[in-house]
Design a protein around this ligand. Structure first.
Ligand SMILES: O=C(O)[C@H](O)[C@@H](O)[C@H](O)[C@H](O)COP(=O)(O)O
Length: 232
C-alpha cells in the first residue's frame, strides 16, 4: 500500500492540520468506545504538534497517551521523551489525559521493557493514532539500523510488546513498542520535516533492506495506510 504524502508550507501549518486530524480521530474513538489511545514519538520534530493538539477540545480524560519509544533515562533527564511530552503535550486541556510511560527504574533495560509491556497491555489495541518520526539514518521509533533486537522488533507476527533496543546510532539503551504494536493503528502517521528527511524518505522508498533502513518496514508492510506529513 503506497503511503499518502501530505505536504504543507511550513511546520506550523502542518502542526495545526495534524492536530485537527488527530483530534477528530480521538474524539470519534471516544464517541464510539468511550476511550481513545495516542502513541507519539520523541525527538525535536513533534514539539509544535504537541502544543497544537494539547488545547484541542476533546474529552482528554478518556484518552490514553503513551510513547512509541523512550530513552532508558528517568523522566527528569533532559533526553527523556516522557519529559518532552509532559512539558509540551500533557498541558492545558490535555493535562487530563492518562499517560503510560515506557521508562521504569529497573536494573536493566530488559527488566524495564517487561514492566512496560505489562503496563502497555492495559491499553486496548490497536492504537487509535500512532505518530512516528524518522532519523537521518532511516530509524523510526527505536528501530535503529542493526539494532540489538531489530529482527524481533520488526516481526509482524511478533507479540504486541515493548522491547529493549541497543544500537550504535542510539545514544543510550532504548525501549520501543514493536512493529506489531504500532502498524495496525487506526491512523498511522509519519511526521518528518526538512529537505534532508525528504531525501532520506526517498532513499528508503527506493530500497528494501530493512536492517539498513528500518523505516522501510513501515513504508512497505504496515497493515494500516501510512500518512506522511511533511513540511520544508
Ligand atoms: O526517541 C526518539 O528520538 C524518537 O522516537 C525517534 O524515533 C525520533 O522520531 C527520530 O529520532 C527523529 O527525531 P527528530 O524529530 O529529533 O529528528
Amino acid at each position: 500500500m503506497e503511503p499518502n504524502l501530505h505536504e504543507f508550507s511550513d511546520g506550523t501549518v502542518l502542526a495545526e492540520k495534524l492536530a485537527d486530524q488527530v483530534a477528530h480521530r480521538l474524539a470519534a474513538a471516544v464517541e464510539a468506545r468511550g476511550e481513545a489511545s495516542l502513541a507519539v514519538s520523541g525527538g525535536s520534530t513533534p514539539k509544535r504538534f504537541f502544543r497544537a493538539i494539547a488545547n484541542r477540545d476533546i474529552d482528554w480524560a478518556k484518552v490514553t497517551v503513551t510513547l512509541v519509544d523512550e530513552r532508558f533515562v528517568p523522566a527528569d533527564h533532559p533526553r527523556s521523551n516522557h519529559l518532552l511530552v509532559r512539558e509540551n503535550l500533557l498541558q492545558g486541556k490535555a493535562a487530563a489525559a492518562r499517560f503510560i510511560p515506557l521508562y521504569h527504574d529497573r536494573p536493566s533495560v530488559e527488566e524495564a521493557a517487561r514492566v512496560a509491556t505489562a503496563a502497555a497491555n492495559t491499553i486496548t489495541p490497536p492504537f487509535d493514532v500512532v505518530i512516528l518520526g524518522m532519523g537521518g539514518d532511516g530509524h523510526t521509533a527505536s528501530f535503529f539500523p542493526h539494532g540489538s533486537t531489530l529482527n524481533q522488533a520488526l516481526d509482524a507476527a511478533g507479540p504486541r510488546s515493548v522491547l529493549p533496543m541497543e544500537a550504535d546510532g542510539a545514544e543510550e539503551p532504548r525501549l520501543t513498542f514493536s512493529f506489531s504494536s504500532l502498524t495496525d493503528a487506526g491512523m498511522l502517521v509519519l511526521h518528518i520535516e526538512g529537505q534532508s528527511k525528504k531525501d532520506v524518505l526517498a532513499k528508503a522508498q527506493e530500497g528494501t533492506n530493512e536492517t539498513e533502513m528500518p523505516i522501510r518496514a513501515v513504508l512497505h508492510r504496515a497493515s494500516s495506510p501510512v500518512d506522511i506529513y511533511w513540511a520544508p
